[in-house]
Design a protein around this ligand. Structure first.
Ligand code: ADP
Ligand code: MG
Length: 251
């Protein structure tokens, strides 16, 4: 089967400093992969680079999406192809409402196709209900004064509306209390994780989200390379032994 995402020997620098040092990763349709790793190991760098963030320099390697080389493609082109990134630290946009923001993103992805206001409202309402969000949320300014949990829910709301083929979720579980974690995880499962056509890359520090969104594969990222890969059992192992064990296991 054609891989959804194929990362080959990826080397990335920022401000002349090497962050990713030869990373390989293949995600097939229907798979959920989790990347775990200590602070500063390059998790956010990987998610940003996959989405085409211009601050990072790829010095070596390729990124294929559905078999096509997208290594140098712009962010919006990647989004149009069906890639989505939920940020670890979403930014506030005072003056722009959630509804307008999400609608603009959808229009950009659909191209010139007109999205009737009524159809969009219905879609937005439906997805907000799925994520148990108050409808009042739609008229608030993007991330302006949002709690950590609200910011994460807005990321998942965008994902729900945009309906991407590959969802990259960078620490979506951070800042969520246990109820919000359950709701957000159920949302991820409904929208992305249980589809034969889609793939998910979950980036997380903690095992707890993996109780709700079950990965098929877990990878440990350390100092810019994947040092260990395995099945779901690896998360529990890491929880007990920490990341150091993964390091020595492959050393
Ligand atoms: P993680 O998400 O795993 O915690 P990051 O990808 O955010 O790790 O960061 C990896 C490394 O890259 C860290 O050492 C961090 O300090 C460095 N880094 C990230 N962004 C920048 C930047 N803009 N300039 C310089 N170094 C950076
Ligand atoms: Mg990070």
């Amino acid at each position: 089967m054609l891989a959804l995402l194929e990362v080959k020997d990826l080397h990335v620098e920022i401000d002349g400093k090497a962050i990713l040092k030869g990373l390989n990763l293949t995600i097939k349709k229907g798979e959920v992969h989790a990347i775990m790793g200590p602070n500063g190991s390059g998790k956010s760098t990987l998610s940003n680079v996959l989405m085409g963030h211009p601050s990072y320099t790829i010095t070596q390697g390729t990124i294929l999406f559905e078999g096509e080389d997208i290594t140098t493609l712009a962010v919006n082109e990647r989004a149009k192809k069906g890639m989505f990134l939920a940020f670890q630290y979403p930014t506030a946009i005072p003056g722009v409402t959630v509804a307008n923001f999400v609608r603009t993103a959808l229009k950009a992805i659909l191209g010139d196709e007109k999205q009737a206001v009524k159809t969009f409202r219905k879609l937005l309402k439906e997805k907000m209900a799925l994520l148990k969000m108050d409808i009042k949320f739609a008229t608030r300014y993007v991330n302006d004064g949002f709690s950590g949990g609200e910011k994460k829910r807005l990321e998942i709301l965008q994902m729900a509306v945009l309906n991407p083929k590959l969802s990259i979720l960078d620490e979506t579980d951070s800042g969520l209390d246990i109820d919000a974690l359950r709701i957000v995880s159920e949302g991820i499962n409904t929208i992305a994780a249980n589809s034969d056509e889609k793939g998910v890359l979950l980036i997380t520090h903690y095992q707890r989200m993996l109780d709700y969104v079950k990965p098929n594969f877990i990878h440990v990222l350390q100092d810019g390379v994947i040092t260990k890969s395995g099945g779901p059992e690896l998360a529990l192992e890491l929880e007990q032994t920490g990341y150091l064990a993964a390091e020595t296991a492959t050393a």
